[in-house]
Design a protein around this ligand. Sequence first.
Ligand code: NAD
Ligand code: MG
Length: 373
Amino acid sequence: MKKRIAVLGATGSIGKSSLDIISRESEFFEAVLITAHSKKDELEQLKNKWPSAVCVFSGEEGGEKKLIEAIKNVQPDITINGISGAAGLESSLATIEAGSNLALANKETIVMAGQLVLRLADEKNVKIIPVDSEHSAVFKLIEAHSSLKINEQKINEIILTASGGPFRKLSLKEMENVTAQDALAHPTWKMGPKITIDSASMANKGLEIIEACMLFNMPAEKIKVVVHPQSIVHSMIRLSNGVIYAQLSKPDMRHPIHDALHWPDTAPLNLDTLDFDSLTLEFEKPDTEKFPMLSLASEAVKKGGLYACAYNAANEEAVTAFINKKIRFLDIPKITGIVLEKDWALNYSDKETVLKADSDARLESVKIINKMA
Ligand code: NAD
Ligand code: MG
């Protein structure tokens, strides 16, 4: 039996890579639901290519409801959530409610509402398989750790790698005047615009610190970030005997997507392999003065409650304002920092509380942005 797969955000970077894997591996997989929120014409083309899949365009009136209903009606075996931003949360919740496993690229789901999402997945006996390359690597390393005879060694640390983005070599002074166009030129990964800007400010790694704490149930002190400009080592775990295990491949999101879709099994994949003859790997300490989004994320996750949700909302609003030339690049962490000074120490167990904190944090950010503009 083929696995029936839903691809949410099919016109995006993750969505396209997912459909590529599904067509390469058609003996294992079939696309049963394809959705997008923009680029209707591209979705039409996909509809022609995947005639048996249900197709939903959610970027029009009533579209969001149609999307949630489709997830419930189609009941996929596994759903790839490649939607960008906070908008992905509702679809993740609907996927879990529908009893479908969740291959999760949309890190915002976990950052905003980790507690709620993980509890619901537990209740519904649904597996969340990370697709973010770092978390996919850690997930695989932890699986290997428990199957190899090394599991008497505790996992002491998770080491997330970060490319460092396009501004790694700039001084703080030089970063003052960078434009959205500069930020959109990522050195190693080709991704959607929001995550690319986040990589330039290292907010993406901030979100990933939070994601790792939640997914792997580790305190922020045990999540380390190391800058690795080549994006070959996807992440590492350090065991209590001091040994570090790492996962390496060329930077290509089809690796983690393929792994997630096959889970709990594994299967071969023929992509370009790494050639060690022409490879230099560098590692350096992240500069938290240039990239305050890193420490803001660790603080947010340590404070708990809905601080992480507020971090995500404030950053999303600031990134939109930066793309629209309302603020400067270095205002992104300033705005996020100010929003996080408010009290977000709310206990939550329901979606409504999360969405209210998300919208309150956005209102706060917009107030600050309007004062700056
Ligand atoms: P993208 O901008 O390329 O694509 C986003 C997709 O989501 C599009 O199909 C769009 O139509 C859809 N979408 C946008 N808003 C929506 C809404 N309100 N409702 C429903 N659908 C909506 O983004 P991307 O780079 O593919 O990233 C998607 C997610 O995956 C993000 O959360 C990102 O952080 C994560 N991620 C991406 C990569 C990558 O390599 N691109 C790597 C790791 C994690
Ligand atoms: Mg990542």
